[in-house]
Design a protein around this ligand. Structure first.
Ligand code: ADP
Length: 446
């Protein structure tokens, strides 16, 4: 087992990984920018290295600095967290060349799944159902029109290198197609440095359902049930739950089984998430994330597994020491993403936290790196913490969530806590009756 791991991230996820390491007796190295000198992940690490100025491209994305930090501290492995370098195949490759273990899948698998067109083709060949759409890239108006006619309007134009819900264009009529295609290509080129786009059927009322898998790279793979992440704003997840209120056990076993078999055949290594849109009883693959997800704690709550420790063991060469039959999914968990944002306009609200008192008690988990007196820098993502609650069943979980939100004190900045309190007053939320457009509609009406 590794003696020392460098965590190439910041905020709550850096702390999350540190906790897993500490419980395994592994020393941790934090990296940080000059904006994060007072961050909790720096304070709690065994060692820390400043790797650059606030701008992420010069610090958390600065590969030469991170490599130097590994060499100085003698770290044998790097955990990338999520975001930043977590799905950067060339980073994984460079670490391999330096004999440092990347805690994640192979560079080849990251690369393949990072290209959404190649990913769709690969998983389709492995027997996973995909959203109807173009076979490959769409480059000209004539092909766009032909594919749109075949699959039927509305259609969605998506960036092959897309991520974070950006670079998507919905097209409802033929006469909008040509403009949407050039806009999508220009936006994709500007945002991702790659203007390749493809087309999918735009599903009207789907839910976003994703399957968590763990695989050992040697043909061992299990699924850990699903998460329902349909509550989204601008294609970004806001609230996640496990299990989905929309699926029954038979559907779960079926789709989970297909995915686990596919990942075993693929010899996938590490944790990963296969994302689907689910409509009228059918699943349609949209993408695979080859990393730990923000919402992984809800799966941990219902399985009792520590997914970060699983990642570390697998990266160290372990095979899975359990089979699908050993996995039991118990109870219900919900995660709310607490962002430093105005809860109505969603404008970022960085600044000093004047008072901080998180909720506690049975079934309540907080993953966050903030504290009273902490100053949230304006340079990064607005996620400052996650409230995760567990209950024996969904109703207990909802009541626990409500009382936890009411207990939560964060003063000095604005947060999205009031949004979640409002959501809990909505019958559709209480009944689990929502799709991927529900939140946007709710926000535009209120
Ligand atoms: P990204 O990598 O940018 O997150 P995804 O392909 O995962 O992109 O899609 C993000 C979100 O966009 C989905 O959760 C869903 O809300 C919406 N979306 C993606 N594809 C479709 C589709 N074919 N029809 C309707 N909505 C879609």
């Amino acid at each position: 087992m590794f003696d020392k791991i460098l965590i190439a991230n910041r905020g709550e996820i850096a702390l999350r990984v540190q906790r897993a390491c500490r419980e395994m007796g592994i020393a941790t190295v934090a990296i940080h920018s000059t904006a994060d000198e007072d961050a909790m992940h720096v304070r709690l690490a065994d060692e820390s290295v400043c790797i650059g100025p606030p701008r992420a491209t010069e610090s958390y994305l600065n590969v030469p600095s991170i490599l130097a930090a590994c060499e100085i501290t003698g770290a044998e492995a790097v955990h990338p967290g999520y975001g930043f370098l977590s799905e950067n195949a060339s980073f994984a490759e460079i670490l391999r060349e330096h004999d440092i273990t990347f805690i994640g899948p192979t560079p080849e698998h990251i690369q393949l799944m990072g290209d959404k067109i190649a990913a769709k083709q690969t998983v389709s060949d492995l027997g996973i159902p995909v959203v109807p759409g173009s076979e490959g890239a769409i480059t000209d108006d004539a092909t766009a029109e032909r594919v749109a006619n075949e699959i039927g309007y509305p259609v969605l134009i998506k960036a092959a290198s897309g991520g974070g819900g950006r670079g998507m264009q919905v097209v409802r009529h033929k006469n909008e197609l040509s403009t949407a295609l050039s806009t999508a290509r220009a936006e994709a080129g500007a945002a991702f440095g790659d203007d390749v786009v493809y087309m999918e059927k735009f599903l009207d009322k789907p839910r976003h359902i994703e399957i968590q898998i763990v695989a050992d790279g040697k043909g061992g793979a299990v699924h850990l049930g699903e998460r329902d992440c349909s509550l989204q704003r601008r294609h970004q997840k806001v609230w996640e739950e496990a299990l989905s209120p929309a699926l029954n056990q038979e559907q779960r076993d079926r789709v989970g089984g297909i995915v686990a078999n596919a990942m075993a055949d693929f010899k996938y290594l590490g944790v990963g998430t296969i994302e689907f849109l689910y409509e009228n009883g059918e699943f349609f693959f949209i993408e695979m994330n080859t990393r730990l997800q923000v919402e992984h704690p809800v799966t941990e709550m219902i399985t009792g597994l520590d997914l970060v420790q699983e990642q570390i063991r697998i990266a160290d060469g372990a095979t899975l020491n359990y089979t699908q039959d050993d996995i039991s999914l118990q109870g219900h968990a919900i995660e709310c993403r607490i962002n430093a944002e105005n809860p109505n306009t969603f404008a970022p609200s960085p600044g000093r936290i004047e008072a901080y008192h998180p909720p506690g008690g049975l079934g309540v988990r907080i993953d966050s790196g903030v504290y009273t007196g902490y100053r949230i820098p304006p340079n990064y993502d607005s996620l400052i913490g996650k409230l995760i609650v567990f209950g024996k069943h969904r109703n207990e979980c909802l009541m626990r969530l409500k009382r936890s939100l009411d207990e939560f004190v964060i003063e000095g900045i604005e947060t999205t806590i009031p949004l979640f309190q409002r959501l809990l007053g909505e019958p559709d939320i209480m009944n689990g009756d929502y799709d991927i457009h529900w939140l946007e509609e709710f926000l535009s009406e209120s």
